[in-house]
Write a protein that binds this ligand. Structure first.
Ligand code: 4NP
Length: 170
């Protein structure tokens, strides 16, 4: 289902711009950002996909990702250097795909979308994740222990890999 939606959204585009969004932009979305950038670099084909991330809560603006997420990500080979920034209205023009980590992110992004076309750009990360059928969202690890961060990274590696395959197929 998501593959078909992606094909329609991205038809004829030379460059695809993806914005990953969570609440704080210090745990889940910067991790997705770093994972996807590494997957793109490893694929040997760069320049056709651009990645950014943002948060629906601006309280962490300017900060690096949460130190726990940076430690867990670094162990898997991802250096997370993005600085948190809030979602802005121009993002709905500037990006082709806006990916919410949980259902609250998704609903709020769709609520802010200024046009029907913009609303259609908003998708759920979990719809690209295959290996975790017990979840219908990527859970917030902020108040969790190490397992929460590892779980998020496992889910995002799964989902980003599938998303990249869907994008490159189109
Ligand atoms: P994130 O996690 O949305 O994955 O970046 C959170 C980070 C900070 C807060 C909530 C979630 N917070 O409330 O400060």
């Amino acid at each position: 289902m998501e593959d078909e939606k992606i094909e329609v959204l991205l038809k004829g585009k030379e460059k695809i711009r993806i914005l990953f969004v969570c609440l704080g932009n210090i745990c889940r979305s910067p991790a997705a950002h770093g994972i996807m950038e590494k997957l793109i670099a490893e694929s040997g084909k760069t320049g056709d996909i651009e990645i950014d991330s943002a948060g629906l809560y601006s309280g962490h603006a300017g900060e690096l990702p949460d130190h726990r997420m940076r430690i867990h990500a670094r162990r898997r080979g991802y250096e997370l250097t993005h600085r948190s920034r809030p979602v802005k209205m121009s993002d709905f023009d500037d990006f082709d795909l806006i990916v919410g980590m949980d259902n609250s992110n998704y609903d709020r992004l769709r609520g802010f979308a200024p046009t029907v076309e913009a609303k259609d750009k908003v998708v759920r990360m979990i719809d690209f994740v295959n290996g975790f059928p017990q979840y219908d969202y990527v859970p917030d690890p902020y108040y969790e222990g190490s397992e929460g961060f590892e779980l998020v990274l496992d889910m995002l590696e799964d989902g980003c890999g599938n998303m990249l395959r869907a994008l490159r197929k189109g």
